[in-house]
Design a protein around this ligand. Sequence first.
Ligand code: F3S
Length: 286
Amino acid sequence: MEDKIQVIVAKTAGFCFGVERAVNQVYQQIESGVRPIYTLGPIIHNEEVVKDLEQKGVRVISREEIRDIHEGTVIIRSHGVGRQVYEELEKQGVHIVDATCPFVKKIHHIVEEQNRAGRRIIIIGDSTHPEVEGIRGWADNRTLTAKTEEEIDSFVLKKDEKICFVAQTTFNYKKFKYLVEKFSKKGYDIIVFNSICSATEERQKEAERIASQVDAMIVIGGKSSSNTRKLYEICKMQCGNTHFIQTLDDLQPESGNSVRSVGITAGASTPKNIIEEVHTNVRTKF
Ligand code: F3S
């Protein structure tokens, strides 16, 4: 019976393009033999990966610790950082490996350019998120951030101000559109860059499609990862027999259900080897 089970693995399961690229860059630095290697903040929100890197000699440092680093390589993660951080690193004489996601880098360029042209920047996103902090670091101190209607309404601006809107890459598109449309009624000269990245939405759409076609669905990711939980909820709506697991060991399907097809997806911080392990062994579990 076992070998008859069809297994479908989502193409968008796991790391998005930007995170995969950043993680690969860290491993490339390790292989190249340069030492010491630092990442500015954890390269990814996955303890296993960070621990593995630590064992290979990669240390996570905070922004404040930059001043103590005088040699080696500092890797900037996919979220990106503000201009000042590059300047600080250069001053310290360290080698910079910039793993900022190209989609985020594009926002930095837009913000810098539009700000130079006199526009005030409004970022739609979470002001405490490192990506947003980084974006803010490419414009002047007039820059504002909002993620709710109330915040947008509370802005007091001069009548003739010119505005440029950008979004945090993971922000919800409908909400972004709604907030910008609401603001545009105030009559300012605005330009809008929809800088939302489609990776998250594509992962969710593919998971939903697969879950609607299979007898059992597996979602792999950390229990505290909010994007994995969201994936689980989406799949559960389509397939009652959906399992949220961190590793293969967690997969304990109820016996007696006849399962002929299984779908697999994974959250944004789930490494490929965990997905592959589940893929390889899933048939033995049902
Ligand atoms: Fe990932 Fe870059 Fe999009 S880090 S979510 S591919 S903006």
